[in-house]
Design a protein around this ligand. Structure first.
Ligand code: SF4
Length: 567
């Protein structure tokens, strides 16, 4: 972007076997100075489809996006569904790397990716516009089938909670949500990247072996009970489950249960969707067989939001005490349009409520602040739009649920200790998706580890973080992991597909090694950026304040946390 020029390079030999998270983290760790300013010219923004993206493998359409994070200062990878991963893979793009920044920062640009390469054009029409309007403009300008990767106003204003949004098959959006990657895209003055549709197919070395493996893989996914629950209630099935377990952080993390849980739970959401003629299930990209997503209509039976996730509903619902699903849906829709993380931002609101900036439970005021303050970049909007830690500092709040500057999501680490290990040790700040111990701590998937005991939590989190790093490299949605943990046919079929795609012979050990290497590469970047094991800690209020109903504190020792990295 400094030169406003593009080039196409062959993939270096040593990166051939990488895709998705493995590739973006490797590029960032190799090419970005760890101590650089995340919003400066030395940072890079990298996109990569997974190893299986663009094929017909079920659930393989995730796009990884990576950079040094302006929110955490660590390395960052976030991935999302939508149409872009499959389109990039079919265009023959292994990774797209955006580097530098324009000398004249008053000008904005769009990148256009075609079979011939990438071009850069100045852009003005979509500036300042929300994601929904931008996508409508681009559909009209470039055709309904164009792929779009875009930043909303939050990204243009380089807020640390800004996400990178990806157009989905219904022209709604999916989000690479965490860590402020949208701010990095905004710093490079790229409003959007368009992807030209193509008839190309991704080459498969052994099509018959691929077909057979995909059949086994798909059957395994379809017969797992978690697949059934996700298709029925979406991820929001978890509200009642986590509330029952006493691990639903409520009122800025002061309780583990929310009195209004029935009003916001997956069962209520499902009935409301059906009653109002919405869609109880659909997929965020072609080929997903789990279909955890949904379309939620408003009181007039008109479209309000989609991809309405548990973590967002928890954060606005329990954490901000908003027991009105329509207010939560309205806020979700505004956040999608602004392009801002719907975990970080509501957790920031929870901290602001504790500071008295607004009242707990005031969903209408949350929506007003989103629209009129964050959307317009007022001082209050910028404080909240830069995340929970920013609000804590601005208003001198000590109960600030963040690790490495990133908001802790929907599972309280005092009552579910495995996830606390993941929050503390993740290379990316607090992030449940990095090692989702809820599967085993609460759902009984992949065995059972008592959530309240310290026993076995480090090993559980470590194994899941290693497996997740590998899965995030395939382009697979993480929700295949439930089946992979329980069904012995699932993981071999996934490896068979990778082997059939490339004509190679990976083993399960190779895949484990891939996951370990990715974690070590990411940690190496963080250490070089100045992080130490002292940063692998939860905020002190978790040690001091017992949480109801179990009346437990975070009591895992620093030595136990540090043993995570003994591999
Ligand atoms: S299971 Fe949900 S998140 Fe995963 S690919 Fe399908 S719709 Fe997208």
């Amino acid at each position: 972007m400094s030169e406003l020029s593009t080039s196409v390079q062959e993939v270096p030999e040593q990166w051939m076997g990488l895709g998705g998270r493995g590739l973006v983290s490797t590029v960032v760790a190799t090419e970005v100075e760890p101590t650089c300013h995340p919003l400066g010219k030395r940072n890079k923004l990298v996109f990569a489809p997974g190893l299986l993206s663009g094929t017909v493998a079920a659930n393989s359409g995730r796009l990884s996006c990576g950079s040094k994070s302006p929110l955490t200062g660590t390395i960052k990878e976030a991935n999302a569904g939508g149409t872009s991963a499959q389109m990039l893979a079919k265009l023959g793009v292994k990774a797209l790397i955006i580097e530098g920044m324009p000398a004249d920062t008053s000008k904005w640009y769009a990148l256009h990716v075609t079979e011939q390469g990438v071009t850069i054009q100045e852009e003005s029409e979509t500036l300042g516009k929300g994601n929904f309007e931008t996508i409508q403009i681009l559909n009209a300008r470039l055709g309904e089938k164009v792929g779009v990767i875009v930043v909303g106003p939050a990204g243009e204003m380089q807020m640390s909670a800004a996400n990178v949004s990806i157009k989905d098959p219904g022209s709604h959006i999916r989000s690479c949500g965490r860590g402020g990657l949208g701010a990095v895209m905004g710093s490079k003055r790229v409003k959007f990247i368009s992807l030209e549709p193509t008839q190309n197919k991704v080459a498969i070395a052994d099509p018959e072996a691929f077909r057979q493996a995909n059949r086994v893989f798909t059957n395994a996914l379809n017969s797992h009970p978690v697949t059934e629950s996700l298709a029925l209630y979406g991820t929001n099935v978890l509200v009642n489950i986590i509330n029952e377990a006493g691990g639903l952080p409520t009122r800025n993390f002061t309780s583990g249960q929310f009195a209004g849980h029935e009003a916001i739970c997956g069962e209520t959401m499902h009935d409301t969707i059906v009653e109002r003629g919405g869609k109880p299930k659909h997929n965020c990209h072609a080929g997903c067989v789990i279909r955890c997503s949904q379309v939620y209509n408003d009181l007039k039976n008109e479209y309000k939001t989609s991809g309405f996730e548990y973590e967002t509903i928890w954060a606005l619902g329990a954490d901000c005490c908003i027991d009105d699903l329509d207010d939560v849906a309205e806020a979700d829709s505004i956040m999608d349009d602004l392009g801002i993380d719907s975990i970080e931002t509501p957790v920031a609101f929870g901290v602001a409520m504790e500071a008295g900036v607004l009242d707990f439970g005031d969903g209408k005021e949350v929506c007003r602040i989103l629209r009129d303050e964050i959307g317009k970049g007022t001082p209050l909007g910028r404080i909240i739009g830069n995340g929970a830690a920013s609000v804590g500092k601005a208003f001198s709040v000590t109960r600030v649920p963040v690790v490495k500057g990133q908001a802790i999501p929907a599972y309280d680490p005092r009552a579910i200790k495995g996830i606390g290990i993941t929050y503390a040790t993740s290379t990316q700040g607090a992030d449940h998706t990095m090692g989702y111990t809820i599967a085993t701590n609460i759902l009984g998937v992949g065995g059972s580890v008592d959530p309240l005991s310290q026993e076995g939590q480090v090993e559980l989190s470590r194994n899941l973080q290693i497996a997740t790093a590998a899965i995030d490299s395939t382009g697979m949605c993480l929700f295949i992991a439930f089946t992979a943990l329980d069904d012995e046919k699932c993981l071999p079929a996934l490896i068979d597909m990778i082997n059939a795609r490339f004509g190679i012979s990976l083993t399960a050990d190779d895949v484990t090694n891939l996951g370990m290497n990715i974690l070590k590469i990411e940690r190496g970047f963080n250490l070089a950026a100045g992080f130490t094991n002292k940063d692998d800690r939860l905020p002190e209020f978790f040690k001091d304040e017992p949480i109801a109903p179990h009346n437990v504190v975070w009591d895992v020792s620093d030595e136990t946390i540090d043993s995570f990295w003994d591999f």
